[in-house]
Design a protein around this ligand. Structure first.
Ligand SMILES: Nc1ncnc2c1ncn2[C@@H]1O[C@H](COP(=O)(O)OP(=O)(O)OP(=O)(O)O)[C@@H](O)[C@H]1O
Length: 229
């Protein structure tokens, strides 16, 4: 099977002394749900930023299929990311003066690849919330809106950096169940970072990070669902 995303010898230093990532080699395959598991400060966000093209590595290369995205010009990268990648973060980053529908529609490309709005919000269990404003929603609902905004362009890869970090256990499990559903329905390759071992059990593959290194990398033969079984 050919990798969709391939990291070769990725290292990152923020100054001459602190090496945050050391010689990381990883390949990610189409339609899979991957978790990067590690304690706070081990380098998960830095790795996700580099592999999604938001940050340049100090050394090494990131390939999307045959394209080296780690050395692309910023303008080229913005255009590339617009159609192929989406990121979600711990903060939902919704615009408070826009409704849920308007926030989600910001993510559209206007191309045929865009998903159908109604179907997508139904898959995320937020179909009754389209006309509300973000401050009328719970944290879990706001994160599902930010997932819908990221997903509406039907990206090939969805990067989720501590996307459940601000949620309680119940809402975290619900959000990862919904992500799993999107991964199955649309075939989106998901790369999800977390420090929460329980949350990682939904994944097809678990990559364990420690101090800027990959400590373990294994397939999960029986990925679980929390609620929607
Ligand atoms: N822009 C930066 N400048 C200097 N050091 C940085 C910068 N960004 C991150 N670091 C350092 O890199 C290390 C890894 O940080 P990173 O945010 O990647 O870890 P993490 O595993 O995502 O942690 P968390 O789960 O707390 O977000 C930390 O020691 C952090 O202080």
């Amino acid at each position: 099977m050919e990798a969709v995303l391939k990291l070769q010898n990725i290292s990152k230093k923020f100054n001459d002394f602190d090496t945050v990532l050391q010689e990381i080699n990883l390949s990610f395959f189409a339609h899979t749900f991957n978790v990067i598991l590690g304690q706070s400060g081990c380098g998960k966000s830095t790795l996700i930023n580099i592999m999604s093209g938001l940050m340049k590595p100090t050394r090494g290369n990131v390939y999307y299929k045959d394209l080296d995205i780690s050395h692309a010009e910023q303008k080229e990268m913005i255009q590339f990311r617009r159609y192929n990648f989406s990121n979600i973060f711990q903060d939902y980053l919704l615009l408070s003066e826009l409704t849920v529908r308007e926030n989600i529609e910001l993510g559209k490309t206007g191309n045929a690849q865009d998903l159908e709005f109604r179907e997508l919000i139904a898959r995320l269990g937020i179909e009754t919330l389209a006309d509300r404003f973000p401050n009328e929603l719970s944290g879990g609902q706001q994160q599902r809106v930010s997932i819908a905004r990221a997903m509406i362009k039907n990206p090939e890869i969805l990067f989720c950096d501590e996307a459940t970090g601000a949620l309680d256990e119940h809402n975290s499990k619900q959000v990862v169940d919904y992500l799993k559903e999107l991964n199955k329905t649309y075939g989106t390759l998901i790369i999800f970072s977390t420090h929460n071992l329980k949350i990682s059990t939904v994944a097809d593959r678990i990559i364990v990070m420690k101090d800027g290194l990959i400590e373990d990398d294994y397939l999960n033969t029986s990925p679980r669902r929390f609620y929607n079984e």
